[in-house]
Design a protein around this ligand. Structure first.
Ligand code: PMP
Length: 392
């Protein structure tokens, strides 16, 4: 019998393109934001040597430390998407009856509250309307009122296109004897983030946003105060799969021999390595600037179309995702449907309470280019013209 043919050829990965990007070592000089790769450094000696999976995991760890700007040894990638990072952060830290305070200004705070509730926490919320963030004074007032063990904030609220300023929040948490957990799924690489300098105790992100790798891994890091909270737990961590004691050992974060914990999704981890290497190759500061330039260009172009971001305060607008108010009388769905069917451009609608009221335009990672900004603006203009044409 004849074989059916027509399958694509296997990918020919050239060793040089695969291994050439190396991570800079972070903090070689304490006064620098981060250090660029240096000739002769351990990172540059890796060269073209073929490494086993543990070697790749070690590099991924270095890349994550760079991306979070931290020296924390307990830094690794959870096997799972951003939600897995969120669940891991919460289930390792939270014990029954711990007061967990959550800043809710979109759906991600709500999800974190749901997860903390499932751990038996005494969950308290403080909230802002969609499109706004929290001031340091509001954060401090909530800490003083609720006296939580853990404060959870989202840096990039992707459901509303809002960025949460974090400089100073960690110091407030230390003062009030509370751990600070930050979700950077929709912001890491697109907004400045300094884990150590900002005294963040736990942070996680996702592989598929600014990093642009396939979905499936969630970089995470636990600082010394978070590690101490885990060590002083009276009850076992509720999840075996997300137990940071096991995972830390598996990722070579302690001085014990590595033990099998679960089957590492190695293709996802390799792709995360490449994504981190691309970020390190560009440099965090350049990536932050590129995302910020694209957001500014987009907002300026939207104004010409008579469209306005949901976040009124320009300083509250996230770089990676811009939430745009749908003007009265416009059918939001017909505009997104036109963008997709005619131009293969995906514009998202609102999530949760903002459903039907906003569009969300994501310009992140490799999509954060001026050409993409102009393209989405053209597509929006065309969709709006069509929509007003169709309105009776
Ligand atoms: N947090 C934020 C801020 C997000 O934007 C997302 C995904 N949109 C998540 C968490 C969850 O990530 P995932 O869909 O990868 O599980």
């Amino acid at each position: 019998p004849e074989f059916i043919t027509g399958f694509p050829e296997p990918l020919q990965l050239s060793p040089s393109s695969y291994w050439i990007l190396r991570f800079p070592y972070i903090y070689e000089d304490e006064n620098q934001i981060y250090a660029p790769p240096k000739e002769g450094s351990r990172a540059s000696q890796h060269g073209y040597l073929l490494k086993g999976t543990y070697g790749i995991m070690d590099e991924v760890k270095e890349g994550i430390q760079y991306a979070f700007q931290t020296k924390n040894p307990l830094t690794l990638a959870i096997s799972g998407t951003g939600h897995a990072g969120m669940e891991a952060a919460i289930c390792n830290l939270v014990e029954r009856n711990d007061v967990v305070l959550i800043g809710v200004n979109g759906i991600w705070g709500e999800r974190a509250a749901d997860m903390a509730m499932r751990q038996g926490a005494d969950v308290r919320n403080f909230s802002k309307p969609a499109g706004e963030n929290f001031t340091l004074a509001e954060i401090e007032a909530a800490l003083a009122q609720h006296k939580p063990a853990i404060l959870f904030l989202v840096q990039g609220e992707s459901s509303t296109g809002v960025v949460q300023p974090l400089d100073g929040a960690g110091a407030l948490c230390s003062k009030h004897d509370c751990l600070l957990v930050i979700d950077t799924v929709a912001s890491l690489g697109g907004e400045p983030f300094y884990m150590d300098r900002w005294q963040v105790d736990v942070v996680y992100t996702g592989s598929q946003k600014v990093l642009g790798a396939p979905p499936g891994t969630a970089p995470i890091s636990f600082g010394p105060r978070a590690v101490a909270k885990i060590a002083s737990r009276k009850t076992p961590i509720s999840s075996f799969y997300f137990d940071m004691n096991w995972l830390g050992n598996y990722w070579g974060c302690d001085d014990q021999p590595r033990k099998y914990h679960h089957t590492a999704p190695i293709s996802s981890i390799y792709s995360l390595r490449e994504a981190l290497a691309l970020l390190a190759g560009e440099g965090l500061d350049k990536s932050w600037q590129r995302h910020s330039r694209c957001r500014d260009r987009l907002v300026a172009g939207l104004a010409k179309l008579g469209l306005h971001p949901l976040a009124k305060d320009p300083a509250a607008r996230l770089t990676c995702i811009t939430a745009v108010r749908v003007p009265d009388g416009v059918d939001w769905k017909s505009v997104t449907a036109h963008a997709m069917s005619s131009h293969l451009v995906e514009i998202a609608g609102g999530l949760g309470p903002t459903f039907g009221q906003i569009w969300r335009i994501g310009l992140m990672g490799q999509n954060a280019t001026e050409e993409r900004v102009d393209r989405v603006l053209d597509v929006l203009a065309e969709g709006l013209a069509k929509s007003s044409h169709n309105t009776p």
